[in-house]
Design a protein around this ligand. Sequence first.
Ligand SMILES: Cc1cc2nc3c(=O)[nH]c(=O)nc-3n(C[C@H](O)[C@H](O)[C@H](O)COP(=O)(O)OP(=O)(O)OC[C@H]3O[C@@H](n4cnc5c(N)ncnc54)[C@H](O)[C@@H]3O)c2cc1C
Length: 383
Amino acid sequence: MLTGRKITVIGAGIAGLAVALAMARRGAKVRVLERAPNIAEAGAGIQISPNGFAVLAALGLGSELLSAGLESQAVELKDYRSGRRILRFDLTKRQYGNPFVLVHRAHLIELLERAVHGAGVDLTLGVSADPAGVDGSLVVGADGIRSATRRHLNGLEEPFYTGQVAWRAVVADRADPESHVWMGPGRHLVTYALGSGLRNIVAVEERAQWVGEDWNQTDDPANLHASFAGFAPEVRYWLDGVEDVRLWGLFRHDVASRWHDGRFALVGDAAHPTLPFLAQGANLALEDAWVLAICLDRLPQQEALAEYQERRGGRAARVVAAATANARNFHLRNPLVRGVAHGILRIGGELMPKAALNRLDWLYGFDVTCERHGALHQVSVSR
Ligand SMILES: Cc1cc2nc3c(=O)[nH]c(=O)nc-3n(C[C@H](O)[C@H](O)[C@H](O)COP(=O)(O)OP(=O)(O)OC[C@H]3O[C@@H](n4cnc5c(N)ncnc54)[C@H](O)[C@@H]3O)c2cc1C
């Protein structure tokens, strides 16, 4: 039972706020320690797919999230230069039971922070926690990719540079309820509207080295323009609107081998940072938060933590592998190989549109809040 139990969470990103809320809703007395002096998110968008939305809805935040963002109708993969459609995932044709929402990160964080306060969580800012010095019988490490809690459990493992950098920008644009992925040699660009007249742009380029001191820095929009000069006029039109842009080196770890030791547990990027090419890092963090809370509510702590890793490890590994595969598939350099691969996808999508749509069911049709016979299960998606 979580009622009355004292739990400390390290980190107030999406994972930390969500796990604090999920546990507080089940009666735990939660305190969150956050290093930053205030909770702020980079000015950029985030895609909350049906599997992540399910958790936010179960935490009572579904309708507020929907009104803060825009419901996506489709995801389209396109050729970078011609703009020709290669594959379309028409989300209206699938009934996942939950929407796919495009939203500004600041709105999501505000929503979670307000809910956490409302649930009586004690949130302390400006405290850099050393896991070894944190007391209490349960400490949750939601401290991101450079997690000190992960090091405490798994020894010294530095995240590695994946050979890719990402620019992130927001420009003014009309509402368009579709996400677009433009795939080119060694680079791709993802863009979607956020509602409230804004469009999010994430542009990824392969680069041998990352030399920035920080892995998140401001960049000159001219560099972004130059890298995507060969892309279709529609893309260049959006890039013309970019005034401020941030550049990130994309790093990751393998999925942690130890997620808990009986007193500490990991959630979110601390356990399984992933490339953003499936837009699942935050969605996985939301799933973790829910599963950890229900395991702790139903089982003695040692069993609960073992059950938590058992339920989450395989799913996280599958998502990380699929996102890594997208890095290769989006960036095919050889024009012949690219032409054949895109042709197969396009013809497959035209001849067997259902099969193309089904490809994402394992991801979006997974609802951790939906239980049968005491076990979490994959919801069946109506066709
Ligand atoms: C370009 C890009 C686009 C993305 N798009 C999407 C998307 O569309 N959909 C999606 O689901 N995911 C997306 N992601 C991934 C997603 O942003 C992350 O997976 C998610 O934000 C991770 O949340 P987190 O809370 O685990 O970690 P973080 O957001 O890193 O939060 C960790 C927190 O812990 C704090 N902290 C760290 N150490 C300490 C300490 N010792 N003491 C106290 N506090 C500490 C930090 O200050 C921070 O606030 C994207 C990522 C990138 C790079």
